[in-house]
Design a protein around this ligand. Structure first.
Ligand SMILES: [Zn+2]
Length: 246
């Protein structure tokens, strides 16, 4: 953190500047300002830049800063670290979630529909909850895929379950299928479609007209589930996403 120099401190308006830190970068070509979650301001300064001009630069961008700091703060209020409840549409299962401080991360299923999440703080408890989601998805999705594979008569090699931000599933040339654990949050019909989609890639490893003809022969109304999945990505609760808030 650097001190604002005297001339700026005398100016009442300038004293409202948010605190910020300064980092000298060998690679930076110009002054840059960054806001890092949950609301830290960092000024990146090129090597030969005279640091005495930094406060004026921050002051010049004060409105921009206040706007974005406010927005970030609001986003953090709207998205609590831990959910109060979890709804797995895919398997028609809901859980009430309560948090308790504890020295290690763990999740206990207290009774049907009730989860107790432990951790030294909510951020760690959130990690525990994410691991529990992974475990629950692994219990459900591979067996479901095996069933759909048998129904369609399309074989695959191995299945993995992962947390990914950008795709619901994938299929490799070796016929290994990867499923996103967040599939638990979408409708069972959409999960089944995703499985049909990946299993059809064991025949055509592309999205050619022949591939879509095969999908359509297995699931004629596939387009509506394709649309559902496209929208559902944005609706995955933030606690369940890898890399969001630790
Ligand atoms: Zn595909």
């Amino acid at each position: 953190m650097i001190e604002l120099c005297g001339c700026f401190r005398d100016n009442g308006a300038m004293s409202a500047l948010p605190p910020y830190s300064v980092r000298v970068s060998l690679r930076a070509k110009r002054l840059q300002m960054k806001i890092l979650p949950p609301g830290k301001v960092e000024v990146v300064v090129p090597k030969r830049f005279n640091l005495k001009h930094v406060p004026a630069f921050v002051a010049e961008h004060r409105q921009w800063l206040q706007f974005h700091l406010g927005k970030m703060a609001a986003a953090y209020v709207e998205q609590p670290l831990l959910p109060e409840s979890i709804c797995f549409r895919a398997i028609d299962e809901s859980w009430r979630v309560s948090y308790q401080e504890g020295s290690r991360n763990r999740v206990i299923e207290l009774a049907a529909a009730e989860l107790n999440v432990f951790g030294p703080d909510e951020r760690h408890a959130r990690q525990a909850l994410r691991q529990w989601l992974q475990w629950r998805a692994k219990q459900v999705l591979p067996a479901w895929l095996a069933q759909v594979s048998a129904e369609l008569g399309l074989a695959y090699n191995r299945v993995t379950v992962r947390g990914q931000k950008t795709r619901w599933g994938s299929c490799s040339a070796q016929k290994n299928i990867n499923l996103n654990r967040a599939l638990l949050f979408v409708s069972p019909e959409a999960v089944r479609y995703l499985m049909v989609h990946e299993l059809c890639h064991t025949v055509h490893l592309n999205h050619s007209p022949r591939y879509w003809a095969l999908v359509s022969s297995k699931l004629p109304e596939y387009e509506k589930y394709e649309a559902e999945l496209r929208q559902a990505m944005a609706a995955i609760p933030s606690w369940a996403l890898p890399g969001f808030g630790g």
